[in-house]
Design a protein around this ligand. Structure first.
Ligand SMILES: *Cc1c(COP(=O)(O)O)cnc(C)c1O
Length: 358
């Protein structure tokens, strides 16, 4: 048998989550965000399972070309636009949309030779202060854009910094800043990420841009994915490869950080930070063995983790261990590793075997 670390990708759960996007924003077109290999789920397989997406959002040319080469003729948006003037010919040749967020990109486009029409998403900084033009420059920037031959449709977008927190007033302010910035220009609007879609009705405009909710992670602080109706798409699992009985006081793993508080059975599962399981997962991080709750003990190794099997007296070598997914919300694991579901999902390594279930 080969190494048992595997990620099962449930495409029906993905489609269910997509339908929740459509329910929440019935009048919006959906740009499915599939950057970073579809949050670690597999770019092309995920895109193929989303026939209702009007567009795909990616972070670089390689991702966009992979989609085009796989036969997608839908709109593909480079969310950070072009990284240099040398990308113009491929962007144009593959008929990709670009976000324009900085003057340097305007210059490259103005000096480049566009052979085909190019659609642009003008990014407005409504308060996050990461990418985008200041709200009061929008008219001037649009005037610049309009002078560039081949620039066709211009759409407008912004991104939220705090939409996951329903009590944070910044999101409402960001929506106002954006709406004022675009009041005097024509074109479609795109504001909402997953948190915006589920938490901020005023942000559901012509387009929505769901990422994490498609994959079944909760975008809203204090709300579980389950309470929002979201289903986990990735279930990360492996198997027990060793079980031994350790004595009270025995140290487990690197650094001898954790010692058995009593005589107990300790299991070892074949997965570690070399697969994307977080090294900072704390003692007590939840996992499941044979469907029963159990906990991580000791430090995470590159290829292995140790498990307290007190709660699973019948556990045997070969039994299934679930790290997150069905039966174990990834948000709980992320919390125990002081991170977010996004990072865990993106980090799943190429060593893990992927299995798609439709
Ligand atoms: C990643 C990204 C999204 C999706 O965000 P989620 O929080 O995962 O829904 C939306 N818009 C832009 C511009 C992004 O970069």
């Amino acid at each position: 048998m080969s190494r048992p670390a595997r990620a099962r990708i449930n495409l029906r759960a993905l489609q269910h989550n997509f339908s929740l996007v459509q329910q929440a924003a019935p009048d919006s077109q959906v740009m499915a965000i599939v950057k970073a290999n579809a949050y670690g789920h597999g770019l092309v397989s995920i895109a193929q399972a989303l026939p209702g997406a009007a567009a795909f959002g990616v972070s670089c040319l390689d991702e966009a070309i992979a989609l085009r080469e796989a036969g997608f003729d839908r709109r593909i948006v480079l969310l950070e636009g072009l990284f240099g003037p040398d990308e113009i010919s491929l962007i144009n040749g593959y008929r990709l949309d670009v976000v324009v967020h900085h003057e340097s990109q305007l210059q490259w486009l103005a000096q480049g030779h566009l052979l085909h029409p190019l659609d642009v998403w003008l990014k407005i900084d409504s308060g996050m202060h990461r990418l985008g033009f200041a709200a009061d420059h929008v008219r001037e920037i649009v005037a610049h854009l309009r002078k560039i031959p081949q620039i066709e449709t211009v759409r407008y977008m912004t991104h939220f910094s705090c939409a996951d927190d329903l009590d944070n007033p910044d999101t409402r302010l960001q929506i106002e800043v954006f709406n004022q910035a675009v009041a005097a220009v024509d074109g479609e609007h795109a504001l909402a990420n997953s948190a915006g879609i589920l938490g901020w009705p005023a942000a559901r405009a012509d387009w929505v841009r769901p990422g994490i909710m498609l994959y079944g992670g909760s975008p809203l602080r204090g709300h579980t994915a389950q309470s929002l109706g979201l289903q986990p798409v990735m279930t990360l699992g492996t198997r027990l490869i060793s079980i031994k009985t350790c004595k009270r006081g025995d140290a487990i793993g690197y650094g001898a950080d954790w010692r058995c508080p009593a005589d107990m059975r300790i299991g070892v599962a074949a997965i570690g930070y070399g697969d994307g399981y977080p090294r900072h997962a704390r003692n007590g991080t939840p996992l499941r063995v044979n469907g029963h709750p159990a906990t991580l003990v000791g430090r995470v190794s590159m290829d292995m983790i140790s498990i307290n099997l007190d709660t699973v007296p019948n556990a045997q070598v070969g039994d299934e261990v679930i790290l997150w997914g069905e039966g174990l919300p990834i948000d709980e694991v992320a919390e125990a590793a002081s991170t977010i579901s996004y990072e865990l999902l993106c980090g799943v390594g190429t060593r893990v075997q992927f299995e798609y279930i439709s």
